[in-house]
Write a protein that binds this ligand. Structure first.
Ligand SMILES: *Cc1c(COP(=O)(O)O)cnc(C)c1O
Length: 356
């Protein structure tokens, strides 16, 4: 049976990425060796890193003066590295969910943290608005897509302090104006590659401004100076990321992705609104994520949650169960998820409605 992969992360990758990764594991770049067993300092692997950095710059139109890094440790290590390197006295955080809260918690180890706004009062089901970012902070940190709750900040914010964004789960889903950010980072395992590599896009001239000493591995300058090769980088995930970047370019880049993502999410949100059995978890349409679509049973249908999950699972749909802190369902509709998977889900929802 055809499987439809709605997992939130690690999650669906393009078939192209899987196939090219298998080829690279068998015979990397005509070396007669596997990408698993070759030096990260070989000219063939250095070419992989360089092409991946170039494609990041091309696809996201990254201006001059920024570096693209591939490091280990996941987005969770960035929570502390951001503050270690950039928080001198005071930083501002927008608290839009579990990941944002974790980033904020780490920052408190390094200085004063202002939580400018939070949507915790309603279980992070909306994006706070109308808040003010203090002018005297070292940076303002946001999480653009809240993977667990299905909310997303889909515009590039204008703030008058350096802006830093965790884009783990919506990078490459739409065009962004990188010049509005001083730093963008994320774990790769939502929209780019297998887990193990973390991307960092950082403006070079924001470094060197904190008073504290920074351990070598925690210092962004180390990774910029050594071009992500200070120590052994996550070789295989970087190799797979390159395949996804090539695929993205062949699809027409982030502009083409955004069009398809709007279409896919539109079909699903429309069905959630139309179908008497379901309702969206995020009420405000402007706050709804295009990547993680959260919905719950409508009033009067709550006890049928398990039945719908069982029906969807019987049709090959994987990973639909909502995060335990929200309940209901979460359909992750990342770039690599084909339109037919969304159509199949909409059909099962309609079938379920007819039967009840
Ligand atoms: C998954 C996720 C993280 C955590 O990433 P790790 O690589 O597991 O540390 C952080 N932020 C967001 C928005 C995420 O979706």
């Amino acid at each position: 049976m055809k499987k439809h992969n709605f997992f939130a992360g690690p999650s669906i990758l393009p078939q192209f990425t899987i196939e090219e990764t298998i080829k690279g594991i068998q015979n990397f770049s005509d070396t007669g060796l596997s990408v698993l067993e070759i030096s990260h300092r070989s000219k063939e692997f250095i070419a992989v890193v360089e092409e991946a950095q170039d494609l990041f710059k091309e696809l996201l139109k990254i201006p001059e003066g920024y570096s693209v890094l591939f490091v280990g440790g996941g987005a969770s290590t960035q929570f502390l590295m951001v503050a270690y390197n950039l928080l001198n006295k005071k930083a501002a955080y927008l608290n839009t969910g579990a990941w944002a809260s974790k980033a904020l918690k780490e920052a408190k180890l390094f200085g004063e943290v202002v939580e400018v706004a939070s949507s915790k009062d309603k279980n992070f089901s909306y994006i706070p608005k109308g808040y003010e970012v203090p002018a005297d902070v070292d940076y303002f940190h946001i999480t653009t897509n809240n993977t667990i709750y299905g909310t997303e900040i889909r515009e590039d914010l204008d703030v008058n302090v350096p802006l830093i964004a965790d884009m783990s789960s919506d990078i490459f889903s739409r065009p962004i104006d990188v010049s509005k950010y001083d730093m963008i980072y994320g774990g790769a395992q939502k929209n780019l590659a297998p887990s193990g590599v973390t991307f960092v896009i950082i403006k070079n001239d924001i470094l060197g401004k904190v008073d504290r000493p920074i351990p070598t591995m925690m210092n962004y300058q180390t990774h910029i100076d050594k071009d992500s090769m200070f120590n052994t980088p996550p070789v295989l995930p970087i190799f797979s990321a390159l395949q996804t970047l090539r695929w993205l370019k062949a699809q027409g880049g982030v502009e083409a992705m955004e069009k398809i993502n709007i279409e896919k999410a539109g079909w699903l949100y429309d069905e959630i609104e139309r179908n008497k059995c379901f309702k969206p978890a995020v009420a405000d349409k402007n706050d709804r994520s295009l990547m993680n679509i959260c919905f719950v049973m409508a009033e009067g249908y709550e006890e049928l949650e398990k039945d719908f999950l069982a029906l969807a699972t019987s049709k090959g749909m994987m990973g639909l169960k909502g995060h335990r802190s929200v309940g209901g369902f979460r359909a992750s509709t990342y770039n690599a998820l084909p339109q037919e998977s969304v159509k199949a889900l909409v059909e099962v929802m309609a079938e379920f409605e007819k039967n009840h």
